[in-house]
Design a protein around this ligand. Structure first.
Ligand SMILES: CC(C)(COP(=O)(O)OP(=O)(O)OC[C@H]1O[C@@H](n2cnc3c(N)ncnc32)[C@H](O)[C@@H]1OP(=O)(O)O)[C@@H](O)C(=O)NCCC(=O)NCCS
Length: 331
């Protein structure tokens, strides 16, 4: 078995993407895996100089076949001591040390890039996920546990109307706006601040990651990458005195729009307590029903300690559908 460099323009990259698809099909048989085009677009972003995140890819090749995949992400604008790592091994090739070999390579690459912490996520559709046992076996610590919740659409109209009436009554003085894919120039700086706050205010347990450095240009970069990944994004926000003080984003993969994911929701600290989280989520659900009715299910992830957000989601009808854990190690 050899570990070789690969990337979006390498002939092995399709097989590299297939390792992820096979892993997802094995772990969550009812769900379509991420299309290869998504990995390609993300890979291009990582390997194009000047972006806010750089990165590199490695393939584990055994007897000419790609059986394992590693992606290392290196934040460029903030978190200079952190690297994020994704590793997967084809289900048919597991328990032969390939995951360990890729992890060792990831540690070497991260250290060579001057990073001191490595962070990785483990999707846990049920108990006994291999990723958890693997991370433990390598002495990583579990820093954050989140529950995935799914909402089946459509949401009954009465439920939405009742929640909306409560939220509107509690948030007099705030107006709601929605947009798709491109934040208006007028709201761009405010949207950047919301992303910055997202990196500090969303519960992140003991994950060794600090504040992210966001500005208008980075919001635009993110929008472009998301479109290149074949996703459309519906957003809703709350305005106070013309300033954007809350947002929610919903990502829909255009090739397979059945399943959307709620990517981020935040209300600025000084505007909390007015049910704005519920208000923007309801606004985006209404927009979704009107413009993308093919979406059947929305997934969202919340830390178990994030009571306000979990309460909003439960009231909307989101129900538990597995877990996601975040692990780290010091180099
Ligand atoms: C986690 C994963 C990468 C492991 O790949 P692998 O090639 O099977 O890993 P290794 O053979 O190097 O396993 C190393 C050790 O991890 C532990 N381990 C791995 N899979 C395990 C499982 N299913 N049950 C219990 N322990 C397990 C064992 O201690 C194992 O050593 P052993 O085989 O000598 O007992 C693979 O299962 C996978 O792709 N899972 C889905 C993606 C994922 O969760 N990635 C983890 C991100 S950190």
């Amino acid at each position: 078995m050899q570990i070789v460099e690969t990337g979006p323009d390498d002939e092995r990259f399709a097989a590299w993407c297939e390792v992820w698809a096979a892993t997802q099909r094995a772990d969550r048989p009812g769900e379509a895996p991420r299309p290869a085009s998504d990995h390609v677009a993300l890979g291009r972003r990582l390997t194009t100089p000047g972006g806010s995140v750089a990165g590199t890819h490695r393939a584990a090749v055994d007897d000419g076949a790609v059986v394992g995949a590693l992606r290392l992400l290196l934040p460029q604008r903030d978190n200079p001591s952190v690297a994020h790592l994704d590793v997967a091994v084809s289900p048919a090739s597991r328990r032969r040390g390939i995951g360990t070999a890729l992890l060792t390579e990831g540690v070497r690459l991260a250290a060579a890039a001057g990073r001191r912490s490595l962070v990785a996520e483990v999707d846990e559709p049920g108990p006994d996920t291999p990723g958890r046992a693997f991370a433990r076996a390598h002495g990583w610590t579990c820093d954050l546990q989140e529950t995935r919740r799914d909402l089946l659409l459509p949401v009954p109209g009465e439920r939405l109307a009742a929640l909306e009436a409560e939220a509107v009554a509690a948030s007099a003085g705030y107006a709601v706006v929605t947009w798709r894919d491109r934040t208006s120039d007028a709201l761009l700086d405010d949207r950047a601040l919301l992303s910055r706050r997202m990196s500090t205010d969303a519960p992140s347990g003991d994950v060794p990651v600090g504040e992210e450095d966001w500005d208008a240009a980075r919001v635009r970069e993110q929008e472009e990458v998301t479109l290149a990944r074949g996703r459309t994004v519906l957003s809703a926000g709350a305005l106070h005195d013309g300033r954007l003080v809350a947002f929610t984003d919903l990502h829909v993969p255009l090739a397979r729009p059945e399943r959307a994911s709620q990517s981020g929701t935040l209300v600025l600290r000084e505007h909390r307590g007015h049910r704005l989280g519920a208000r923007v989520k309801i606004a985006v659900l209404r927009e979704l029903a009107a413009t993308l009715p093919a979406v059947r299910r929305i997934s969202t992830y919340n830390s178990d300690g994030n009571r306000p957000m979990v309460a909003v989601n439960e009231a909307l009808g989101f129900r538990p559908a597995g877990r996601l854990s975040t692990w780290s190690t010091r180099l």
